[in-house]
Design a protein around this ligand. Structure first.
Ligand SMILES: [Ca+2]
Length: 332
């Protein structure tokens, strides 16, 4: 065999062997699962991206305190073959933010094998965040698609048995990026995730010690998830938790904005040109109304997403394909 060919083959083999662990972004998903359906589609995307070796879902933490929220997430994780993913429960109820928009119906309808509960005791969200960050050998991306309650509490947390570091220092050392679905960067209207816990959003978005990438209300609104995808793309499974949830949330057919999905895509595929990013700057949160405002500045570490001209079709195709991708091992 010519020497050049053997070098190429050896290199290709090395890259192939490395591929499953090379470049998998460690992700913590912080969600208000149950209030709106985009959280469920976003979780499905994370499972698909993990199956593709693009991310590793370290844990899910909740800001919806509804008692079915953790059971629901464990049921979805079991469907995707990852029942072991830790789920942290909300320690505080946010008024109007603990809805059962779609949790109990699919839980009641799921095949018994998906509903069977493990004996793992539920862990509160903030200690779980501390533990996952302390244990991670790599910097983690946090995808926050609900209220800022948990991350604000993380910043307030003191050194403890889990870590010698306080929450701010843990975040600074162990988080590479906070990808947040929050705010509105084209209108002064307060955005839901900010409005429901304004003090927490103010604390996190003004003081979080790493870069923050915002997907504002206007981004998901411009990218409605097509109902036809729910109707057709999930039929590989006789009963599908995501399609069942979408149908439970509102009367079909409807195209719900993809708010939380965009924060997942921007977090795991940051360099694929789906979105444009604003210049750097700072974000402030109005303490009374919850409206967000962006001030450009070279030393700022906040940016927000913008849509490229004619970019909608390409992003929507990625979102629908990733949200509806069959779990690894199915259909074989
Ligand atoms: Ca959400």
């Amino acid at each position: 065999m010519p020497r050049f060919t053997s070098i190429v083959l050896a290199t290709s083999l090395a890259l192939f062997l490395l591929a499953p662990c090379f470049g998998a972004v460690p992700v913590i998903f912080d969600t208000d699962m149950g209030n709106d359906i985009d959280d469920a589609l976003a979780l499905a995307m994370l499972h698909s991206l993990e199956s593709r070796g693009e991310c590793k879902l370290l844990g899910v933490t909740l800001t919806n305190a509804h008692p079915d929220a953790a059971r629901y997430i464990r049921m979805v994780n079991r469907f995707y073959g990852r029942p072991e993913i830790p789920v942290g429960v909300a320690s505080r109820t946010i008024p109007e933010g603990d809805r059962d928009g779609f949790l109990s119906k699919p839980l009641a309808a799921a095949p018994i094998a998906l509903r069977k509960e493990t004996r793992i005791a539920p862990e509160p969200a903030v200690p779980l965040l501390r533990r996952l960050l302390a244990e991670s050998t790599e910097k983690v991306v946090i995808v926050q698609v609900g209220f800022s309650t948990n991350l604000a509490a993380l910043l307030e947390s003191k050194a403890d048995a889990i870590s010698d570091l306080d929450g701010g220092e843990l975040a600074r050392r162990k988080v590479s990026l906070l990808s947040a679905m929050a705010g509105n960067f084209v209108e002064t209207t307060p955005e839901y995730n900010v409005k429901l816990d304004i003090p927490a959003a103010k604390r996190v978005f003004e003081t979080w010690p790493t870069p923050v990438l915002f997907s504002g209300f206007e981004i998901g609104r411009a990218l409605p998830y097509p109902a036809v995808s729910i109707e057709r793309d999930f039929s590989y499974a006789p009963w599908h938790p995501i399609a069942a949830s979408y149908r439970a949330y509102a009367r079909m057919p409807y195209d719900r904005p993809t708010w939380d999905l965009t924060s997942v895509l921007a977090a795991v595929r940051p360099d694929r040109g789906y979105f444009l990013r604003s210049e750097p700057g700072d974000v402030t949160v109005d303490a009374r109304t919850g409206s967000t405002s962006f001030t450009p500045g070279e030393r700022g570490t906040r940016r927000y997403l913008r849509l490229p001209p004619n970019g909608v079709a390409r992003i929507l195709e990625a979102l629908t394909l990733l949200a509806s991708e069959p779990p690894r091992g199915r259909g074989e």
